[in-house]
Design a binder for this molecule. Sequence first.
Ligand code: SAM
Ligand code: SF4
Ligand code: SF4
Length: 339
Amino acid sequence: MNPFPQDRFGRALRSLRLSVTDRCNLRCRYCMPESKYNWLKRNLILSFEELTRLVGLFQQLGVDRLRITGGEPLLRQQLPSLVEQLAALGLKEIALTTNGVLLKKYHRDLFSAGLNRVTVSLDAVDPEIFRGISQRDNLSEVLEGLKAVAHSPGLKIDSVVMKGVNDCQLLPLLRLGREIGAEVRFIEYMDVGGATQWEPEKVLSQDEILGLLEEEYGQVEPLEGRGSAPAQRFQLPDGQTFGIIASTTRPFCSDCDRARVTADGQLLTCLYSRTGMDLRKLLRSDLSDQDILERLQTRWSGRSDRGAEQRLQIEKRGPLAKAQELQENVHLEMHTRGG
Ligand code: SAM
Ligand code: SF4
Ligand code: SF4
């Protein structure tokens, strides 16, 4: 069997998003808008040893880029110690996606442990708008966290843009990015699990984002060389670069080299997958590494996911799942599968 499997559309597996917790200290309206959530049971959450073994197996299948995510990953106790164990595997890159609330506290330990770069999700620099979206009052902590990691290599700010909610924040976010040496990426609002308030009318599309920016700055130039990255990059006339992740209006499934693992070890080969593969069961059995590798290879070789492209074909598009279904199947939630 080929050690580096390709899926049915010839896509290799290069990148893994590892969720280390489903808990979160914010309640972003596009991700966790409900008042009550069911959580993964603690005894089902993978230990650091299990996570490291798993990432090592994915590495043998071709994964060289790892992104630690959640929920809010900085809520996982002793995260720097996990990063240290993962760094010993010798991957090309270990990145973190965080809401930034606890970043000031942990960034030094994380970078010393071997973290290579950070993406901070921030949708507004206006306190009222930040509160309106996140349903929490932590903007100053996020800004302090960003300041603490300013100009670190590969620093990014990811912003989900919603029409009539934070479309007025595009320019202030770009200004913040310029100040702290971060590339801003605007993300189209997606109809993923958890986004129970999603409506097509609330999506600010890539074309609309570019239109708003061109009104202010003049001609915006697209940059070449996207590869399998989710963001299309652009340059403003003053040289500042930024990205747009247009998963809703211009999906990029044909280049998708990503798999996701939830904190309790469900493998999802697409953000829109309805079912996963239970890796925890395999890790906690007496199967050898070789046995598990073979199962992972078979799973990836049989993959034919192109969830976002299929969503595009739905005429009357609404949320992927209703609140009731999410209550019953927490693995459908974006905060469980890691975004
Ligand atoms: N809590 C961390 C954070 O917010 O950065 C990590 C997990 S979060 C699920 C990962 C990313 O998913 C964030 O950048 C978030 O903005 C994005 N996200 C969540 N729901 C989304 C939605 N409905 N549409 C687009 N992006 C979404
Ligand atoms: Fe917001 Fe991330 Fe928490 Fe979802 S997981 S509510 S995107 S901070
Ligand atoms: Fe990949 Fe699925 Fe996202 Fe398409 S929708 S880019 S296949 S994760």
